[in-house]
Design a protein around this ligand. Sequence first.
Ligand code: BG6
Length: 486
Amino acid sequence: TESGCLSIVVLGASGDLAKKKTFPALFHLFQQGFLQSEEVHIFGYARSNLSDDGLRDRIRGYLKGASDEHVSQFLQLIKYVSGSYDSGEGFELLNKTISEYETSKNSESRSSRRLFYLALPPSVYPSVCRMIRSYCMNPSSHTGWTRVIVEKPFGKDLDSAEKLSAELGKLFGEEQLYRIDHYLGKELVQNLLVLRFANRLFLPLWNRDNIANVQIVFKEDFGTEGRGGYFDQYGIIRDIIQNHLLQVFCLVAMEKPVSLKPEHIRDEKVKVLQSVEPINHEEVVIGQYDGYKDDSTVPDDSNTPTYASIVLRVHNERWEGVPFILKAGKALNSRKAEIRVQFKDAPGDIFKCKKQGRNEFVIRLQPSEAMYMKLTVKKPGLEMATEQSELDLSYGMRYQDVKIPEAYERLILDTIRGDQQHFVRRDELRAAWEIFTPLLHDIDAGKLKSVSYEPGTRGPQEADEMSRRMGYVQTHGYVWVPPTLA
Ligand code: BG6
């Protein structure tokens, strides 16, 4: 519905994030027809001295699954401007370049929509935002807009995050700032609200009366190769748990929002975060894989966790007594992310099901997106015996012709449309840091020690023991195998 020129500016255009995520996401949008208008222009900005073609060549290799012609068409949209991140000169030039494209096609109205994507380290956010504010804003005060997408890490703890928020808050209104957490762009994460609140089946079950425990799990089967220096300053809790897994937690645990308005949804997320009790250090296991410190950019005495399992407890009527186990690790035995909602045992069991396992509702975020409910059924055949089976909604089977969009692609489109539902609000960020800051400070001070684990394993045994202590019952001898097309 909006019209006027759309200028998308990727700052940090020659960096890793831009090449691997931002430009490919823009390309996918382009392929689906979203950016194919004479009014759309894409600009890359970075310090390196490059020509337009120089930048295009760097990006080309990351644009897959399309004809050369299509790729070239998209690349032609991209112009490069070089300059530093803290001097007026570069940003003046950027503004001049954007304006030239805006006016050449659309001279009578000065309406423009300007989207700035900061694919940059957070240390330069304040200066870059100041520069945008001083030199590059949409020139019209009554039509169009200027929006800024920022990436985590938003600070390292509560104080630094609040400081950053305050600095950016002086320059841009909350409605102009889009704090991206790409987990909120994943298909099955976006499905959580629908699943929970549009299905009568789940409404009466989703509480402490029926649910024994919830696990939110992230596993990667590779280490921190190549980014150990960055990672060591943050660790797995800041890299994955405080943002990605906590966002998923909010959607699993929050109450029903008044409506689907972004503010209503985010209000509920803040509320559930504020209901989380202070983390008990007895309910935390942190680990570091053997070999992590071989990376020359990692200090020899690093205590930085590459694995953590943390129990969150929600102090409200729905969840009192139900442990939420948030677990994330690098260099483990597999790569996957999933939510596991484990139900209590059926009371008065006459089948001796207990040994076989409980009902467990699993939402597999990636790979092989799926939802499945583990059930006890009669084993088919002449004998009266029971076994674990599942109701399985595997997306690859059920939605064979649907291409599931990439998280970044969806979130960039949301920004263009002005929908902040899937972005992190300032008070939400604050509440998230409030939960983890005391623990992080104690880890940084060495009060909690990372136990070591072998790469390629499940991670520290201590974490499995803790899950058992929390009442999680693992089903032995049952493995869900993603179905494949014959
Ligand atoms: C990033 C983390 O935010 O998410 C990385 O910094 C991690 O360490 C990545 O590998 C995982 O994202 P995805 O979408 O592959 O699960």
